[in-house]
Design a protein around this ligand. Structure first.
Ligand SMILES: [Zn+2]
Length: 452
């Protein structure tokens, strides 16, 4: 953490602690994992069970838990939600303020194709992408445990801040990019063991390859590093340049990025990019400056993807929203902040031409007046892309235009101060905006957000 955030570490004495031991061996067909979770009941009700989500199983039955101990006692393994969740039945209910320890042993098969999760969990062309290679505890709220079979569109992580200590054993030549910072590294007989710590974070991601090279730049207290496979130097350097400028814009417009490291990594995926805590991944297909997609150079896409994914460090990681029930908040804000990146980097006309992309997205469903505030499952795939990535930033832009630049800018700073490491709901978004503008936004929200 940067100096200003050092106190943050003391703010979460009862946040979930994950201790992972991962073994990555050639030919990287599977990961062997051990996971120890220290979980405190921070809710105001006793808990009979704890759910752990197994996201690798969204792409097939890849993750198998072979052993579960609750407070040191061997326990039965119950899977649920089409094998995407582990249900831990506690021998006695966990009272508010009490903690327990779960120990798991597991293996995860690594697919060599894009599979069912856009390739975010894969080993393709010598690049290893491990999107949540462990079991993670979702948010418990007034709906109970936020666990379900994930809808095919949209993001899946909805978690409270947690702390990770991850030990990764791998061949020495493997270059690893991950959430958090490396605190220890040992080498013996061609095997290296790295210890990485991260937190407070929403998740833990890692990508690795023997082909990765890096280029870095220090911005304030944060070291920004771009990881790119050999042969993609131009793309890797471009990603660093965009990432650095995006970081500067959001530091300025919202509040300073809290970690000492931000990693940007290129991986094969059937998507533009994906956000994780302290690290973002971009589709490697956009790293080649000579490639053209739909008449536009790959770098045009790459620039907006990097700016968008880096913006998620503020909306998703620092400020979480329910990505399944209210996806407009983090996706709409990430899109809107991308326009501020263009404005601060090149000026207002670049920002307004980027904003055209929101209209073209929305146009894909004929600019249908569909509310932006619906859960992922209520949109078709086409509607999700058009409404959440097109109409949602247009709403935020219209809010900005209504309340004016100065008040809107105060709203952004206040959001950061009030909701850092918390969960932001649509209701809270509205009341904070109303508080800052000292105005009634009922009509705005009815026009854009709420279903009638
Ligand atoms: Zn996004």
């Amino acid at each position: 953490m940067i100096q200003d955030e050092k106190d943050t570490l003391q703010q979460f004495p009862t946040a979930t602690r994950y201790e992972l031991q991962l073994i990555l061996n050639k030919p990287f067909a599977e990961v062997e994992g051990q996971e120890k979770i220290t979980y405190w009941n921070n809710e105001d009700v006793a808990l009979e069970e704890i759910y752990l989500r197994m996201f690798p199983n969204n792409a097939g039955d890849l993750m198998v838990v072979s052993e579960l101990q609750i407070a040191g006692k061997e326990s039965p393994i119950n899977v649920d939600f089409e094998n995407t969740a582990l249900r831990v039945d506690l021998p006695t209910a966990l009272q508010p303020g009490e903690s327990t320890i779960l120990d798991l042993a597991y293996t995860v098969q690594i697919p060599t194709d894009f599979g069912g999760n856009y390739g975010l969990f894969s080993y393709i062309d010598g690049l290893l992408a491990l999107d949540q290679v462990y079991a993670i505890i979702p948010v418990y709220d007034d709906e109970g445990w936020n666990v379900e079979v994930s809808p095919p569109n949209g993001d899946m992580i909805y978690t409270d801040p947690a702390f990770f200590t991850v030990t990764i054993q791998s061949p020495v030549e493997l270059v690893i990019a991950s959430s958090g910072v490396m605190v220890d590294e040992e080498e013996k007989d061609g095997i290296k063991t790295q210890t990485v710590v991260a937190g407070p974070v929403r998740d833990f991601y890692l990508a690795a390859s023997v082909k990765y090279a890096t280029v870095s730049e220090q911005i304030g207290e944060t070291l920004v590093t771009s990881y790119y496979p050999e042969g993609y130097k131009e793309g890797g350097e471009y990603v660093l340049e965009v990432g650095v400028n995006a970081l500067k814009t959001y530091n300025d417009r919202l509040g300073t990025y809290p970690y000492t490291e931000l990693d940007l990594v290129g991986t094969p995926m059937d998507a533009g990019g994906m956000e994780y805590s302290g690290i973002v991944a971009m589709g490697i297909q956009y790293y080649d400056p000579d490639v053209v997609f739909s008449g536009l150079p790959a770098f045009t896409y790459l620039e907006s993807i990097v700016a968008h994914e880096v913006a998620h460090e503020w909306f998703f990681n620092i400020i979480m929203d329910d990505q399944i029930d209210e996806p407009w908040i983090d996706e709409g804000m990430a899109q809107f902040l991308t326009s501020l990146y263009y404005e601060d980097t090149y000026g207002p006309s670049a920002a307004s031409s980027y904003r055209e992309s929101w209209y073209s997205r929305w146009n894909r469903v004929d600019s249908k007046l569909m509310p932006i505030g619906l859960p992922v499952r209520d949109y078709t795939e086409a509607e999700y892309g058009a409404i959440i990535y097109g109409r949602a930033p247009l709403f935020i832009q219209s809010l900005h235009d209504d309340i004016g630049e100065e008040v809107f800018s105060e709203f952004l700073h206040t959001l950061f101060v009030e909701y850092e490491w918390s969960i932001l709901t649509t209701g809270e978004f509205r009341s904070l905006a109303e508080e800052v503008c000292n105005c009634d936004l009922q009509e705005d929200f009815e026009t854009w957000v709420y279903s009638q």
